[in-house]
Design a protein around this ligand. Structure first.
Ligand code: GDP
Ligand code: MN
Length: 392
């Protein structure tokens, strides 16, 4: 789960990261008021959306007067910002962060990520941070410093100092960097984060370190024990398809294709998506309905898949080990009737009570197509897609 920059800054500040003063604004008037409260000097107006790359997309602006803050806030609020990371749909700007401006002497990149290979938290850093960091990472990956943290020892001071030296920091910056690094590490570890990123961590004209941007993302599976973090969720920034699935406890990831998938088990879901591609189609989603899927859950899964207007056909693929095919089949029939489906539905059942399940599908009197194998189901789904002409 992602959070906003201002939320990440507030969390990191509590752990000891130096951040500039700022205020939240939901209207141009509030933005102007925030600029006044910051002393009326230069401020930065920052669009709060769940995405990086805002600077390059026009979502971050240095303003020198209150009037400028007000007019820029009016331009941004309610607008959809498309960045390199949002996809073509962009993200709606509903709030702004108004922050005192900092003069920047150097921009450092600092990231904490989970290194799956070593199963440890890894720090990635560069002395040349800022908006071009992705290009740098691509062209000159060797210029990024990487450091893996031993969970038993934690982030020890000499490691932090070593990193400070490798980034070319000097004097008082070293102590400030050690404090910042350890604060980020503790925030990451104590809050079940998946990612903490400060880019840029600026060296100011006066030679101090300050976090000008902050990004945090959290492990969704740990949110149950981090209610303060869970409360920071902003559904307005999420894919609406995924929000509704999340609220219903389904594992769902929205994709670009038109074949809606309802599958039990993450592995089978991945295999099904591969088979769809192999048959020349594209899945509209990943959806794992889980092991003990009741007919009600199947109905919910259908409703979730149908929140995506691109879906033109639905493929249900169930291997019933824990589950029973007859139960799933009843769920499909119930869903078809309750949801008032008009789309073609392909059902492939396998496993426990498969004969009973197929019988229910066959005798339902509904236009459900049955497939015996996964390959057959994928081919049928691709063939049953409404043609572009018919869809108009
Ligand atoms: P991002 O593009 O979404 O990563 O947004 P950032 O918060 O990183 O802002 C983009 C860029 O704006 C930064 O890389 C900085 O170069 C610049 N910027 C942000 N805050 C300030 C500031 O207070 N003063 C100055 N001079 N530049 C800033
Ligand atoms: Mn940034």
């Amino acid at each position: 789960m992602d959070i906003h920059e201002h939320q990440a800054k507030s969390i990191l500040a509590e752990f000891g990261v130096p951040v500039p003063k700022g205020h939240l604004a939901f209207s141009p008037e509030q933005a102007a008021h925030a600029a006044r409260m910051l002393g009326g000097g230069r401020v930065v107006v920052k669009a709060q959306i769940h995405s990086g790359g805002r600077g390059a997309a026009g979502g971050v602006k240095l303003c020198t007067s209150e009037a400028e803050v007000r007019s820029y806030a009016a331009t941004l609020l309610g607008k959809t910002l498309v960045t390199k990371q949002t996809g073509a749909g962009g993200k709606l700007i509903e709030r702004l962060w108004i922050e005192e401006a900092t003069d920047i002497a150097q921009e450092i990149y600092l990231g904490f990520v989970l290194d799956r290979k070593s199963e440890r938290i890894m720090i990635v850093a560069s002395g040349h941070g800022g908006m071009e960091i992705e290009d740098l990472a691509e062209k000159d990956p060797g210029s990024l410093v990487r450091m893996i943290i031993d969970p038993a020892a934690g982030l020890v001071e000499f490691q932090a100092r070593d990193l400070a030296f490798r980034l070319g920091l000097k004097g008082k910056q070293i102590g400030q960097f050690v404090t910042t690094l350890r604060a980020c590490y503790r925030a990451y570890r104590d809050l079940d984060a998946m990612m903490v990123e400060i880019n840029p961590l600026a060296v100011t004209g006066a030679g101090d370190l300050v976090a000008l941007d902050a990004k945090m993302s959290f492990d969704t599976n740990a949110l149950y024990r981090r209610p303060q973090v869970a409360a920071l969720r902003d559904p307005g920034q999420e894919d609406p398809r995924e929000s509704s699935a999340h609220d219903n406890g389904l594992a769902y990831v929205g994709l670009e294709g038109d074949i809606g998938c309802i599958i039990n088990g993450a592995g089978l879901a991945m295999a099904t998506m591969d088979m769809i591609h192999l048959a020349g189609g594209a899945p509209a989603n990943f959806l794992d309905i889980g092991g003990g899927a009741s007919p009600e859950r199947v109905v919910t899964a259908f409703r979730t898949v149908l929140t995506d207007p691109n879906v033109g056909v639905i493929l249900v693929n169930i291997f019933a080990g824990i589950n029973r095919c007859d139960w799933i089949a009843r769920g499909v029939v119930q869903a078809y009737q309750e949801v008032g489906l008009t789309l073609p539905v392909i059902v492939r059942l396998s496993g426990t009570n498969v004969e009973e399940g197929r019988e229910i599908i066959r005798t339902s009197g509904l236009p459900l197509m049955s497939a015996d194998t996964l390959a057959e189901a994928a081919k049928l789904a691709v063939r049953s897609r409404p043609s572009p002409i018919a869809a108009q």
